[in-house]
Design a protein around this ligand. Structure first.
Ligand code: SF4
Ligand code: SF4
Length: 444
């Protein structure tokens, strides 16, 4: 539910407009409107979906880290950190562009609607209110305190266990290794401290991402605001202030602390609930400011109100398209060969030996076997290993030593060599190039 207003920053100041809406009654005259708690319900739906996805993600291979094979599992794809590293980098870049760059357009929408920290904080606050109650007498009741503390402890353990499952293979889930138990203990302790003591204070005062998101916002960013032309309709009930868990006062004409706003819309609901019963409707709105004169209105309506935002969207779409192309170009067998200048092979007289790292990804359901062959330089051969075998759907990182005998045909300097992965049927599955350096000293 967004609307737009013209950007008036550069225009001369105008006298406050008179509201076109009828004045509201000071006493309730009606029941709640259809838009009552609209944001609360929508947000709750999104948060339940996010919570379900976060719990299910490692079990349905939506996202998990296979530390045994060194593979990132994303949407069912196994991305080897050797051969698919660029895809992983591009996906991380896309996430950063959306979360940090996107804050220029939609503010801290991520924090208010999707971030698990907000979800956990709201749930813990709701639990405390429901279980311990509000009156001082109820809050001191030992049974209520025990029930509240026990539920928080169980929830923390469940969140700790859920986090650890992101780093376990399906086989390890039934018998987790020791590091997983340590991770579970640490995570449970952190979540426990968060739910008991921090909650929204973390978002408000400590979250480094929140600070960065605040920095990229500008006056055209999506905002929750009270329109000056409707200020006269405010009955000063302060329901909007009480609804805000981030201590933002949308009625503050100086707009202090507005960057802390998480775009949750709860103050809009609160105002709607109060004024709709008095024959009016919310005077707090969720808005994009319009772009400069001549800027397409349809772009302004979706928050793309200047060239900066347009550039951001174009770059984000370009990165997303590049990821799609990279994924489409992946073959069943993929490999990279990297020279390891920091490792030295055993020195043998009469020849130069160099160490390489061969990363091979097998995306098929069958084991893949290859013989390694080298070429491109007189006498070059693979010293070790002669053959490699890669398990189904996994990536192997193999130390390869190439040897070149000293001869007049091999000049000192850098040479381009090739290494081939040859299958049992003699077909070349992959041909890789690398540089092989022969020093003048070795040639003597
Ligand atoms: S100001 Fe309104 S939208 Fe912003 S965080 Fe507070 S309640 Fe949510
Ligand atoms: S909820 Fe609406 S009417 Fe009440 S103080 Fe806030 S802006 Fe004014």
């Amino acid at each position: 539910m967004t609307s737009t207003t013209p950007d008036t920053r550069s225009a001369p100041p105008k006298a406050p407009e008179q509201s076109k809406r009828p004045a509201v009654s000071l006493r309730p005259t009606k029941g709640p409107s259809k838009r009552s708690n609209l944001f609360r319900h929508r947000r709750r739906g999104v948060q339940i979906l996010i919570a379900a996805l976060l719990i299910a993600a490692p079990f349905i291979d939506l996202l998990r880290f296979d530390l045994v094979d060194g593979v990132l599992v994303l949407f069912g794809m196994r991305l080897g950190l050797g051969t698919d590293l660029w895809v992983v980098y591009a996906i991380v870049l896309l996430g950063l562009l959306w979360i940090f760059g996107g804050a220029l357009i939609h503010g801290r929408f991520w924090c208010g609607w999707i971030c698990p920290q907000t979800l956990m904080s709201e749930w813990a606050t709701l639990l405390e209110t429901k279980v311990r109650g509000k009156s001082p007498k109820k809050r001191k009741h030992k049974g209520r305190i025990a029930l509240y503390a026990g539920t928080i402890l169980l929830a923390s353990a469940a969140i700790g266990a859920s986090t650890v499952t992101y780093f376990l293979t399906p086989a390890q889930r039934l018998a987790p290794p020791l590091p997983a138990w340590i991770g579970f203990g640490v995570m449970t302790g952190l979540v426990l401290a968060n739910l008991f003591f921090l909650r929204h204070n973390f978002c408000l005062r400590a979250c480094p991402y929140g600070v960065l998101l605040q920095l990229v916002q500008d006056p055209k960013t999506l905002k929750v605001e009270l329109d000056e032309s409707e200020r006269e309709l405010c009955i000063s009930c302060k329901a909007c202030e009480r609804a805000c868990f981030m201590d933002v006062n949308v009625r503050d004409p100086d707009r202090r602390f507005e960057n802390a706003c998480l775009i949750c819309g709860l103050c809009i609901d609160a105002c709607e609930n109060v004024l709709s019963r008095r024959g009016g409707e919310s005077i707090i709105h969720l808005r994009f400011k319009q772009g400069t004169k001549g800027w397409p209105r349809w772009l302004g309506k979706i928050g793309i109100s200047d060239f900066r935002r347009l550039g951001l969207v174009v770059v984000t779409l370009a990165v997303a398209g590049t990821i799609g192309l990279m994924l489409a170009a992946r073959t069943d067998i993929d490999a990279t060969l990297t020279a390891r200048f920091d490792e030295h092979a055993a020195r043998e007289p009469g020849r130069t030996e160099r160490v390489y790292r061969l990363a091979v990804t097998n995306r098929t359901q069958e084991p893949a076997r290859f013989t390694l062959e080298a070429g491109g330089l007189e006498g070059i051969r693979v010293k070790e290993p002669a053959d490699v075998e890669i398990a189904p759907e996994s990536e192997a990182r193999i130390r390869v030593v190439l040897a070149v005998p000293h001869s007049d045909a091999v000049k000192p300097g850098a040479h381009t060599i090739v290494v081939r992965l040859v299958g049992p049927d003699k077909t070349v599955a992959k041909e890789l190039t690398a540089r092989f350096f022969v020093s003048a000293e070795k040639q003597r």
